[in-house]
Write a protein that binds this ligand. Structure first.
Ligand SMILES: [Fe+2]
Length: 225
């Protein structure tokens, strides 16, 4: 198994970018997003006294599968990194899409075809959970291509593209549980680690949460008229 350096991880992420201007192209949005995920993961790792450098590298490369195939990017990224010999970071390409390594805890509808579903499900069940799996999942859900934001704003952004499923509500609730656990462990509010988040996004948190819950709440929570 090969170890990757921070520079090698960033170079791998930026390998198709010949000119800085290319980063602003719509098809490369995921690259800027990945840089922010790396930076966010490093900050959280630092607050938890975990390996910051490892967090940065796995954040940079969590979406590398998007180079190959957008929809199947967790599987593509896993094999891409594994084939390069980076077995220790390949797992996060797969695990980052699923909170608590549970295939039902994802934003959107999850793997569409049975082969992908079975492969991911078997893989998630075959590994021991580690904290970095959930840290990358959470960072993925607070980073746009323009920078850090609130979880609610980012999930609304993802859902407009990926849709809502019957699991969206329980995913969000479990994500809030993980966020609370992190905050207790770090002894600080998550968003205090990210002073760059726009005031407007923080001010709109309750409104965004209400919009999100309206989209994802199960029928039994709908008020009778
Ligand atoms: Fe991502």
């Amino acid at each position: 198994m090969k170890k990757i350096t921070e520079k090698e991880a960033l170079d791998l992420l930026l390998q198709d970018i010949k000119d800085k201007k290319d980063l602003t192209k719509p098809e490369n949005k995921w690259i800027l997003h990945s840089i922010y995920v790396g930076l966010a993961a490093r900050r959280i790792a630092q607050a938890l006294d975990l390996n910051e450098s490892f967090a940065l590298k796995i954040g940079y490369l969590h979406d590398i599968g998007r180079r190959i195939n957008h929809f199947n990017h967790p599987i593509e990224g896993y094999f891409y990194l594994k084939n390069l010999g980076y077995d220790d970071i390949a797992r996060y390409s797969l695990t980052h899409s699923f909170l608590n390594n549970d295939i039902t805890k994802t934003v959107g509808i999850g793997p569409k075809d049975k082969e992908s579903y079975d492969f991911i499900n078997n893989y998630l069940q075959s590994i021991n959970k580690d904290l970095f799996d959930n840290i990358i999942h959470l960072c993925d859900l607070m980073c746009l291509e323009t920078g850090f934001t609130t979880i609610e704003k980012r999930i609304l952004d993802v859902m407009t593209r990926k849709g809502v499923s019957e699991n969206s509500y329980s995913h969000y609730m479990d994500l809030m549980d993980f966020k609370s656990w992190l905050e207790i462990s770090m002894k600080k509010d998550l968003y205090d680690l990210f002073p760059e988040i726009k005031k407007e996004d923080l001010d709109n948190r309750l409104l965004d949460k209400a919009l999100l819950l309206e989209l994802i709440k199960p029928k039994y929570l709908t008020k009778k008229k």
